[in-house]
Design a protein around this ligand. Structure first.
Ligand SMILES: Cc1cc2nc3c(=O)[nH]c(=O)nc-3n(C[C@H](O)[C@H](O)[C@H](O)COP(=O)(O)OP(=O)(O)OC[C@H]3O[C@@H](n4cnc5c(N)ncnc54)[C@H](O)[C@@H]3O)c2cc1C
Length: 467
């Protein structure tokens, strides 16, 4: 079933003051008009919608950015609706770039900061929310507030990973580093899950080491069927590198692909091969399954867009995406493998399945985002597409089955990009953070008019067609 949630108005703000005026009017209106910021509208369960309310289109036009160097280092100041691809293009022009990314860049700054913003750099730099110096936020009372670690810190931490509940991010100051020129992008294969995870965990334990002694990006994915060869993360296993995946798989089994990169500046190109060889020697992948390519840094970061264009041309992009993203504690990832990758999934996946570990100590516990109670946890992302309603239903059923399996086996997963519809589920999701989350909501959005599409809080004054 497809749910529709039509707003009564869509606003294209020219400034933060416009955003403040709209939210202020909604706050004061007798009927408690709901307001949602919409970044690029990529959330998959209507989170950016505002039924019978106002949607503020944050990404409708490009804005100026401002770069500088402050006490904490180099930064760029951007509009909250700016897309990451625009931030990259503008900063790289001056030889700089943000440190922490998502796999896909046609997402808005406000949209990813409301979740966390994760990718293969997270093990080393933390998620995007850990790489922000300060924010301008329009609260649910229509007040424009600047916040940072030192200034209105409660609001700052609440907004980061806060699912849009406390305010609309109109400006963010983001940490920069010198942009590498090029990237060596490597994939290697494993048939044994524990060898695969041992190597991934080893690689993320090198965080904080000098760049020469670690990779810059660590991700991975699960290969259950050869459908992977045709999906949006597959551009890599090219016909010039023919490898019969079936010949590597244990009987009826699953393969795991480790994906790593090494960034480099052009003048250091002569040392890069040696640095990579030294690192690869420490890993235990299937010999002769090393796939390597070399590309400009911007092209690596923007890799998914290339596949997007191909998929769009075949009508395969604008289709339902019953995605499920979970943070799984390290201590139970082997049980998850047995029960889900080698069990529930069967032999057809309908899209990429990402798996990569992260270090909890790179996440700021004061943000609103919730992660498992272990030092290392994995992101497992089932990024599936459904081309017909039967498949959509089947994949949704499978998602529920995966969550039930985790529940029954007491695997304490946390959803990333969470989707729940009942307050008890949200309380359970936030766990110890719920009371604070609730308190902050009452302080900064007391009429509960913001981001109602997340379905966490019911607006205090409701219409007949609520939630
Ligand atoms: C192809 C693809 C690949 C992806 N890859 C990754 C990935 O690698 N890593 C990752 O972390 N995520 C990834 N995502 C998920 C993505 O980060 C989230 O869906 C994010 O919410 C999308 O940003 P958006 O701008 O489209 O937000 P929207 O869907 O427009 O909004 C999401 C939520 O944030 C709120 N919001 C939007 N803008 C603001 C603002 N300025 N201030 C406050 N609240 C706001 C909205 O009200 C809504 O509740 C991917 C998504 C897609 C489609």
């Amino acid at each position: 079933m497809v749910r529709r949630a039509e707003p009564i108005a869509v606003v294209h703000p020219a400034s933060a003051d416009d955003v403040a005026r709209v939210v202020g009017a909604a706050y004061q209106s007798a009927h408690g008009l709901r307001v949602s910021a919409r970044g690029h509208g990529h959330s998959i369960n209507g989170q950016a919608g505002a039924r019978k309310g106002v949607v503020i289109e944050m990404s409708s036009r490009e804005r100026e950015v401002r770069m500088g160097v402050g006490e904490k280092g180099s930064y760029v100041e951007v509009w909250g609706g700016e897309l990451w691809i625009q931030v990259l293009r503008k900063t790289v022009h001056y030889g700089m770039a943000p440190k922490s990314w998502t796999d896909y860049l046609y997402l808005s700054v406000g949209g990813t900061l409301s979740n966390a913003g994760i990718s293969g750099q997270t093990f080393n730099h933390g998620p995007q929310i850990n790489n922000v110096y300060d924010l301008d936020v329009v609260t649910g009372k229509g007040e424009l507030v600047t916040c940072s670690e030192d200034r209105n810190p409660h609001l700052f931490h609440a907004v980061l990973g806060g699912l849009g509940q406390f305010g609309i991010i109109t400006r963010a100051t983001i940490a920069l580093e010198p942009a590498p020129h090029r990237v060596r992008w490597i994939r290697v294969l494993y048939s044994n899950f524990s060898t695969f995870t041992k190597d991934q965990e080893y690689l993320i334990s090198l965080h904080g080491k000098p760049a020469k002694e670690r990779f810059d990006y660590v991700e991975g994915f699960v290969i259950v069927d050869e459908g992977l060869i045709n999906n949006w993360r597959s551009s890599f296993f090219s016909p010039t590198n023919p490898i019969k995946l079936d010949s590597l798989k244990p009987h009826g089994g699953v393969l795991y692909c480790l994906e790593i990169t090494k960034n480099y500046q052009q003048p250091n190109a002569h040392t890069i091969d040696q640095e990579i060889d030294d690192l690869l020697k420490k890993l235990d992948f299937i010999p002769k399954t090393v796939f390597t390519t070399d590309l400009a840094y911007v092209d690596f970061l923007d890799r998914v867009h290339k596949s997007e264009l191909k998929m769009r041309s075949k009508g395969l992009w604008e289709v339902p995406h019953p995605w499920l993203n979970l943070f799984v504690p390290k201590s139970r990832i082997a049980d998850f493998d047995k029960g889900v990758f080698k069990g529930i999934l069967g032999n057809k996946t309908s899209g990429p399945i990402l798996i990569y570990p992260m270090n909890k100590n790179k996440w700021d516990e004061r943000s609103s985002v919730v992660t498992p109670e272990e030092e290392v946890f994995y992101l497992v992302g089932f990024l599936r597409s459904a081309l017909d309603s039967e498949t959509l239903e089947k994949l949704r059923r499978q998602n529920r089955q995966i969550l039930r399996f985790c529940d029954d086996a007491s695997i304490k997963v946390k959803q990333y990009l969470p989707h729940y519809t009942r307050e008890e589920e949200w309380k359970d999701h936030f766990g110890d953070k719920w009371d604070h989350f609730y308190h902050m909501k009452m302080e900064y959005d007391p009429r509960r008019i913001l981001a109602t599409g997340q379905r966490i809080f019911k607006p205090s004054i409701t219409t007949t067609t609520d939630m």
